[in-house]
Design a protein around this ligand. Structure first.
Ligand SMILES: Nc1nc2c(ncn2[C@@H]2O[C@H](COP(=O)(O)OP(=O)(O)OP(=O)(O)O)[C@@H](O)[C@H]2O)c(=O)[nH]1
Ligand SMILES: [Mg+2]
Ligand SMILES: [Zn+2]
Length: 301
């Protein structure tokens, strides 16, 4: 019996990383009968199968209890999400970032935000002031937010510090550089990146499967396909404000304790006043307002 971690699942096979190397495994029937499906990220016990044709294959005989699981991508035992947005090409959509943060907060999964492609901003004063702006917005909201680029090894140390001892999911829109980052963190990964795919004219969404890479003892990172939109489905409109931590010092000071910070007058709503005075970033308030109206309308149907 060997203990390991599933790092990839394709076509009914599970690839398991163990101290004795990687094994190609099948899940024994017992899981199917119990309607259990092994997931990438699962800690498992496997039994080696002696097969003259193939080396290093086995059966998954036991699934260890999961700490948590994420849907989209489907993965188990996640310690944190590393959200990779690019500062340019593609331009960051902050409302999309906020939706992601809300979903992770709702699941109790901590997020670190990396803003990639800093090289495209350096040397241009306007672009660099945009960089400072987005960093300060998300730091004020309590997140670790770090600007990086993947054009050199310069930021590898900083990123490794964030990943240390954890299983992280690398998420973000398509084309922000997730696979490029993985390739500099793990030179053996050989993940296809945008440039390659353009040649074979596949366009966007270069990465199709989620794959977990072991960077070091106890350091795992999952490369995932990029997303273009995200639904917020498990949060109700009237609870949305709790997912914007920087509103907190103000929302308790609104005239009515039922204040939703939407249609109330400026003189009654301390959140709106704080936005007016620049103490709450306008971008975040606009994202709150947009999503609030969307969630409220959803409820009516
Ligand atoms: N200028 C610049 N370009 C970058 C950087 N990182 C990645 N790129 C480029 O951005 C494009 C997309 O990179 P990928 O790594 O494929 O992006 P991805 O997030 O994996 O995309 P999907 O797999 O489609 O989700 C490629 O052309 C990369 O070379 C960076 O730091 N600076
Ligand atoms: Mg990719
Ligand atoms: Zn208010």
């Amino acid at each position: 019996m060997l203990s390991g971690k599933i790092y990839k699942g394709i076509g009914g096979f599970y690839y398991v990383h163990t101290p004795e190397g990687d094994f190609e495994c099948k899940a024994r029937g017992i899981f199917r009968n119990r309607n259990e499906k092994p997931l990438v990220g699962d800690d498992v016990e496997i039994e080696e199968v002696m097969d003259s044709e193939k080396e290093r294959c086995g059966n998954i005989v036991r699934l260890m209890p999961r700490r948590n699981r994420m849907l989209r991508p489907e993965v188990a035992n996640v310690d944190q999400a590393v959200m990779l947005f690019s500062l340019k090409d593609p331009d960051p959509s902050l409302p999309l970032l906020d939706r992601f943060l809300i979903n992770m907060d709702e699941k109790g999964i901590p997020v670190v935000i990396l803003f990639n492609k800093l090289d495209l901003m350096e040397g241009d004063a306007d672009r660099m002031s945009f960089v400072s702006r987005v960093l300060s917005i998300y730091r004020q909201a309590g997140y670790t937010a770090i600007p990086i680029h993947t054009r050199s090894e310069k930021y590898v140390g900083d990123v490794m510090k964030i990943l240390e001892g954890k299983t992280s999911v690398l998420s973000g829109p398509s084309g922000t550089g997730k696979s490029s980052l993985l390739n500099i963190l793990c030179p053996g990964a050989g993940m296809a990146t945008g440039e390659l795919s353009r040649k074979i004219s596949r366009g966007k969404n270069t990465t199709r499967h989620s794959e977990l890479f072991c960077l070091d003892n106890d350091v795992y990172i999952l490369d995932t396909p990029g997303f273009t939109s995200l639904a917020v489905s498990d949060v109700s409109a009237d609870r949305l404000m709790y997912y914007y931590p920087e509103f907190e010092p103000y929302r308790t000071k609104c005239r009515y304790n039922t204040c939703l910070h939407i249609g109330e007058s400026l003189s009654d709503c301390a959140v709106k006043q704080a936005v007016r005075e620049g103490r709450i970033p306008e971008e975040r308030y606009r994202s709150y307002r947009g999503l609030y109206l969307e969630l409220r309308d959803l409820k009516q149907y």
